[in-house]
Structure formats: C-alpha cells, structure tokens
Design a protein around this ligand. Structure first.
Ligand code: DX5
Ligand code: ZN
Length: 221
C-alpha cells in the first residue's frame, strides 16, 4: 500500500494561500493538514475558522484538521460545517474523549485522536476500536520546522501492535519533522499517513517533494 500524504498548511505562504491550495490540488497529496492552535493548549496561535472555511471552498483534497486547542468538543459542529473530512483532537485536551469521538462521528466526520510525544500509546487501549486514526506527534505541538523525536519510531511499532491485537481499523498518522531522512523510516515502521509542513512547502518544487513522499511503501502485513 502506498503511504498517504497530508501536507501541513502551517508552512505555506499565507500571503498567497490560494496559489498554495491550488498547488495542493494539482499535486498527489491525499489530504490537506490544517493546524488550529489557541495559544492555551500550545504556546502558539495559528489560524482559525475564517481561514479553514476559505481554504475548504477552494481545496479539492479532503481536509485533515488538527486541533491543538483546549475544549475542542465545543467546535465539532462548526468544523463539520466546513466540510472537513477528519477532526483530530488531542487526548490531553479531552476529559471525555469517548463522548467527543462519538460527537465527531455523529456530526458526519472521521475522528482522530492525537498523542503528544510524552503520552504513551497504552492510554488508547480502550478507545482504539472507536477511532478512525491515531495521530502521533513526533515534535511537541505548536511550531513547524522542529527536529523529529526519535522515540516516535518505537511508538509507531507499539501502536501497530495495539491496532492489530484489537482488530481496529485505525490509521496511523505522524506529524512533525517528517522529511527526506525520517519519512522512509516511518513508512517502513508502518505509518499510513505522513504529515509534512516545512519539508513540502519550503522546498523548491513542492509537487515533486509530495511525489517523492507518495513513492514510499509500507510493510505488507
Ligand atoms: C506542529 C504541527 C505540524 C507542523 C509540522 O504542531 O502540528 O502539523 O506543521 O511541521 P513540520 O513538518 O515542519 O515539522
Ligand atoms: Zn499538525
């Protein structure tokens, strides 16, 4: 199976978002990853619903929205209205994660649960069959262009084991520091979806960079 690629808009040129989204439309990207930050859950503020709605109108790829905010459950309806395909919420931000996952599904979206680098995979044991995707952060969330945290490879292996043993259909997505050196190792470890921000958008030829990521194959089993 080919790896899915979800370029992260956080590293795009915000003065020319339309061209950036059109580039994504023409590329082999499977999804577009959009990072929403509130300056509370993470020490940075990115963009919010006005930008998400505007991008949703011109983007032909499904939107993979990553909420780095406190109380993401308060924004489920608003997110569904934009037509977003996937709503990723942080495990660390959700007191009633099971309810939030059910509400995301009821609103017609796929539900992803995100883990910070310090949160172990084992906390997902009782929710793994209810989610469509697990997003493993391979940097501390909040900023693009950070160094990949090496322990993520071990987490991918542990998560793959948990998914298999639980007969879950959850996809594994990794976000942070995904570039030429780390992407092949992540694909080999069994990552289904690669998020990549600065490596794609700051490259001289983003379409070719996305193509190179698409060429990565996952293990057979
Ligand atoms: C970081 C965001 C990422 C970010 C990744 O908190 O969740 O999606 O854009 O950027 P790179 O790929 O540059 O590490
Ligand atoms: Zn992200």
């Amino acid at each position: 199976m080919k790896t899915l690629v979800s370029p992260s808009l956080l590293s795009a040129n915000f003065l020319d978002l339309r061209s950036e989204v059109e580039m994504i439309n023409q590329s082999e990207a499977d999804w577009l990853h959009m990072d929403i930050m509130d300056g509370v859950f993470v020490p940075n503020i990115s963009f919010g619903f006005p930008v998400l709605e505007a991008v949703a109108k011109v983007c032909k790829k499904p939107l993979d929205v990553h909420f780095m905010i406190a109380h993401p459950e308060e924004y489920i309806e608003l997110t569904a209205k934009t037509g977003a395909m996937m709503m990723n919420v942080h495990y660390e931000a959700c007191t009633h994660l099971h309810r939030t996952i059910q509400q995301i599904h009821a609103a017609g979206m796929k539900a992803g649960v995100t883990l910070n680098p310090s949160t172990p995979v084992c906390v997902l044991e009782d929710i793994i069959c209810d989610v469509d995707m697990v997003l493993l952060m391979s940097v501390n969330p909040g900023f693009g262009g950070q160094k990949f945290i090496e322990n993520t490879i071990k987490k991918v292996e542990r998560l793959r084991k948990l998914i298999k043993e639980s007969h879950s259909n959850a996809l594994i997505e990794v976000d942070g520091g995904v570039q030429a050196e780390t992407a092949p190792r992540l694909a080999k470890a069994g990552v289904n979806v690669l998020v990549s921000g600065s490596y794609v958008f700051k490259s001289t030829d983003p379409i070719s960079t996305i193509h190179a990521l698409k060429e990565l194959k996952q293990p057979e089993d």
